[in-house]
Design a protein around this ligand. Structure first.
Ligand SMILES: *Cc1c(COP(=O)(O)O)cnc(C)c1O
Length: 462
């Protein structure tokens, strides 16, 4: 009588699968250790399946196909360029603000060679890390002093650690500003990790100057204002003006801090038909002692937190031991430095060459010739030019909408969901949006030099 074959004999050996994959010329170029691990995990899960009472694990070819799909999806998940056709200019899922070519060229040089990040070339002694950047940033913001750290969340933690500690760790904030900005930034949680004691005042829609005054005790460390970057309050609302809050702070000798977040450096309403977003300069001119903003929102640089304001307070914040844990590396410092230089060039006449500023300032007339060229090159009856509305995104300016031009596609014989997936699966993935039963690509957020790739991608899937 023939011995019953063990069900485990259906499971192929790791080497056999690897050998099969080796012969697949279309396999993504993922390093072999990662592929080997995926194969091992799959074989392990098949064994578990059988141990758990599963009957069959499928044919060899199916197993290899499954593993291949895992390899493709792991390969796709590495960070690499994407075409942003969403019309959302600062898209947090797509890396927020793109950097300018000039900035990236400087990054390449600093990254590739040694640099003087902490060397004073004049004396040959140890130098100040990011010293130039701090001077240039303070000049741009018209602040007494400025410094930078990992991101705006880190900036707020450092400010709280410095200004709300020990016997005076209470921070007074309006209930209307205990906001969540997105990406896990909740003001009450930030307070907790910083060791500050939150003192909530007022109601969600109304907070008066008297509410602030009544909450001040000998334990108060500072008054905090948080900009409602990503939502609007309208109707039966009230809050004291920044100037009133600053007066109150002076009366009790308390610093007033504003977490502004969005980081506009230029008047947004002069770039596009959108509302005016307060700038760090304006906030400081109203008398606020310290302001913090993000580096990769409307500022248009790499991820960073920018702290600006009174020189004594900025110096104190830099001396906090925790500052060391949140400091920026040489690439980020260089990216910020070159971005600030672009702005300062803009201030002195030439316009700031930053993708974010350009994207905000584009008009329908600027976009239309590109749309016409793309539609002409595709010459396909499923493709047409449409009107769209682009947005700032990144948790900034929720009311700002800019008229835009879209490439609209009504694919035949395939769902919009599948069509969108096919475009995300391209070597240079493309992300659009679905509206009015069409797949749409907003040209405002697509880099003009990517138009050829847009055509190629669409040709390949249509
Ligand atoms: C976006 C934002 C933050 C968080 O900024 P990150 O740089 O992402 O850490 C904090 N505060 C406000 C008001 C914001 O808009």
């Amino acid at each position: 009588m023939a011995r019953k074959r063990s069900p485990f004999s259906q499971i192929p050996a790791v080497d056999r699968v690897l050998h099969e994959l080796e012969n697949d010329a279309q396999l993504p170029p993922l390093p072999l250790p990662l592929i080997t691990d995926l194969v091992r995990q799959k074989i392990e899960s098949l064994r578990d399946h059988l141990k758990g009472g599963g009957e069959s694990v499928g044919e060899f070819d199916e197993i290899v196909a499954d593993i291949r799909a895992d390899i493709v999806s792991l390969y796709q998940s590495r960070i690499h360029p994407v075409i942003n056709g969403t019309g959302v200019i600062i898209h947090t899922n797509l890396g927020r603000s793109p950097l300018s070519k000039t900035v990236v060229e400087k990054l390449t040089q600093v990254g590739q060679y040694y640099n003087n990040i902490e060397l004073d070339l004049g004396t040959g002694e140890r130098g100040k890390r990011g010293g130039f950047l701090e001077i240039a940033l303070a000049n741009l913001i018209e602040a007494e002093a400025a410094t930078v750290c990992n991101n705006c969340a880190a900036a707020l933690i450092l400010i709280l650690k410095h200004l709300a500690k020990g016997e005076k760790n209470e921070v007074i904030i309006s209930r209307g500003e205990l906001v969540e900005i997105g990406g896990g930034f909740r003001v009450p949680d930030i307070m907790k990790v910083s060791g500050a004691q939150l003192v909530e005042i007022g109601a969600t829609n109304k907070t008066t100057l008297e509410d602030y005054r009544d909450a001040i005790t000998e334990r108060t460390g500072m008054l905090l204002k948080v900009h409602r970057s990503n939502f609007y309050m309208e109707g039966f609302t009230h809050e004291p003006t920044t100037e009133e809050l600053v007066e109150l702070g002076k009366e009790f000798n308390l610093p007033v801090v504003e977490d502004l977040g969005s980081g506009a450096m230029l008047p947004t309403d002069s770039l596009a038909p959108i509302p005016h977003e307060p700038t760090a300069t304006e906030v400081l001119n109203r008398g606020v002692d310290v302001v913090c903003v993000s580096g990769d929102k409307l500022f248009g640089g790499p991820q960073a937190g920018i702290i600006a304001g009174r020189a004594d307070l900025v110096a104190g914040i830099k001396k906090e031991p925790f500052f060391r844990a949140l400091r920026c590396d040489k690439l980020i410092l260089t990216g910020l430095q070159e971005t600030v230089i672009e702005y300062l060039k803009g201030k002195s006449g030439a316009s700031a060459d930053l993708p974010l500023i350009r994207k905000l300032s584009l008009t329908v007339d600027d976009l239309m010739p590109r749309a016409e060229a793309i539609v002409k090159a595709l010459n396909h009856d499923a493709v047409s030019i449409g009107e769209g509305l682009a947005r700032c995104g990144g948790g900034t300016m929720p009311k700002a909408e800019m008229p835009s031009v879209t490439i609209d596609i009504s694919p035949k014989g395939v769902s919009l969901k599948k069509f969108a997936k096919r475009l995300r699966d391209r070597e240079l993935p493309m992300v659009g949006y679905v509206a009015d039963d069409k797949y749409r690509l907003d040209l405002r957020t697509i880099m003009p030099e990517q138009d050829a790739a847009v055509i190629e991608n669409l040709k390949a899937v249509l």
